[in-house]
Design a protein around this ligand. Structure first.
Ligand code: HEM
Length: 376
């Protein structure tokens, strides 16, 4: 890109910072008006609460800040590209996003969006899009299968008041699972106008019985969590679910020696698979789990079995409060893997920093768009 165009991009960062979320909100509204078929791909709950618009805006801003050093955004691109690959985002979708993003910039900035600014952003978006397309092409080539494949539900276990584990099987495909990966499930709830795609973490690396993932019932009623309510209430043993190939970059780093696993609520799901993998690799591991009470506590039997091999601490917040500095003191030499809600993640990361854990040793996976957490 020519130097004067880079200068234009840099000069627009403050305006984007001021209007970034508004631009992407306008962008989504325009794009769905012109391409309603994309409503089948995007999570309408995340749109409503504004997390996804925020995530995209933050990524675009990151890219603008790093225009002289685009390599710096590659780690963030990889996590997003896993999600895109799992959702079946294809190269031909990028110009649609580009065109509507540019219209969003134009609409929000008004007269301030000169032809030069729009021209520079069009070119720059093309460069960013190409990075995503290249990374995603590599992922499509190595994925266990292409697109969505039908799986039969062979088992459904109620693990706690609001968490169900599904075991599903397919004769069509073969796969190897890594702890921390998720599968993306396509469903078509009858009272919902679109297909819906949701990511669910696998809860075991064992495939003896099939592929296992857990689903939390979200929201008080099916208005707030239409897809999870459909899964819990309607999907039964013998039904078919369509799955895309396992994805995700929240994986155990086997070069690390000692692990500390921290989970809150349904965040136990990927962590259960990670502990399995860590025990199989004979790693020194500890597990600290926070959950509201016994009724909400999933994987009780599995956690008890882990307790025979590693140190497991379970804290019911109704009885003994949330996890605090005291729970982590003396464990600072461990690599940490955390999973839970956005609120839980942010609280844990803060406490761990204060206790003296090294930033580089803290790995985390929120349920929801990751970039909006980092961008707070
Ligand atoms: C998710 C950025 C292009 C479809 C995301 C997320 C980010 C992002 C940051 C959130 C990831 C997370 O959950 O952690 C971008 C950027 C793009 C781009 C910077 C362009 C350079 C596209 C295209 C499509 C697409 C072309 C397809 C039309 C989606 C969908 C999600 C997503 C469906 C999941 C959103 C949800 O439903 O929660 N993207 N994206 N993206 N992206 Fe993109």
């Amino acid at each position: 890109m020519e130097p004067h165009k880079k200068e234009i991009i840099k000069a627009t960062v403050p305006a984007l910072e001021a209007h970034g979320t508004t631009i992407t909100t306008v962008f989504y509204q325009n794009m769905f008006k012109k391409h309603p078929e994309l409503l089948n791909m995007f999570n309408q709950t995340n749109q409503t609460v504004g997390d996804q618009p925020k995530a995209l805006a933050f990524t675009v801003l990151q890219a603008a800040r790093h225009i002289d050093d685009l390599e710096a955004i590659v780690p963030a691109v990889i996590g997003i590209a896993h999600k895109h690959r799992a959702l079946n985002v294809r190269p031909e979708h990028y110009p649609i996003v580009g065109e509507n993003l540019l219209e969003g910039i134009k609409e929000v900035l008004g007269d301030a969006a000169t032809p030069e600014i729009l021209d520079a952003w069009e070119e720059y978006y093309g460069e960013i899009a190409q990075i995503f397309i290249d990374v995603e092409n590599g992922m499509y080539q190595t994925a266990d299968w292409d697109g969505f494949v039908p799986f039969e539900v062979v088992k459904k276990d109620q693990l706690s008041k609001d968490i169900v584990r599904y075991t599903v099987k397919s004769d069509e495909v073969e796969y190897d699972l890594r702890a921390g990966q998720y599968v993306t499930v396509k469903v078509d709830p009858s009272d919902y106008p679109y297909e819906a795609l949701r990511h669910y973490s696998i809860c075991s690396i064992s495939t003896d019985e099939g592929l296992q993932f857990a689903v939390k019932k979200e929201g008080a009623d099916d208005k707030a969590g239409v897809v999870s309510h459909h899964m819990h209430d309607d999907i039964q043993v013998g039904d078919t679910l369509e799955l895309s190939a396992p994805a995700g970059d929240f994986l155990l780093n086997h070069e690390e020696e000692k692990y500390l696993f921290i989970a809150g609520g349904v965040g136990a799901t990927p962590v259960m698979a990670m502990i399995e993998e860590a025990i199989a690799a004979d790693k020194d591991s500890k597990f600290i789990y926070s959950v509201q009470n016994e009724e909400m506590h999933p994987f009780k039997d599995e956690m008890k079995a882990f307790g025979e091999q590693i140190d497991v601490k379970i804290k019911y917040s109704d009885e003994s409060g949330y996890l605090t500095h005291e729970d982590f003191k003396g464990l600072e030499d461990r690599s940490v893997y955390i999973c839970g809600s956005m609120h839980f993640m942010n609280a844990m990361i803060k406490v761990l920093h204060e206790v003296g854990f090294r930033e580089a040793d803290i790995h985390f996976e929120p349920f929801g768009p990751k970039m909006s957490v980092i961008g707070e």
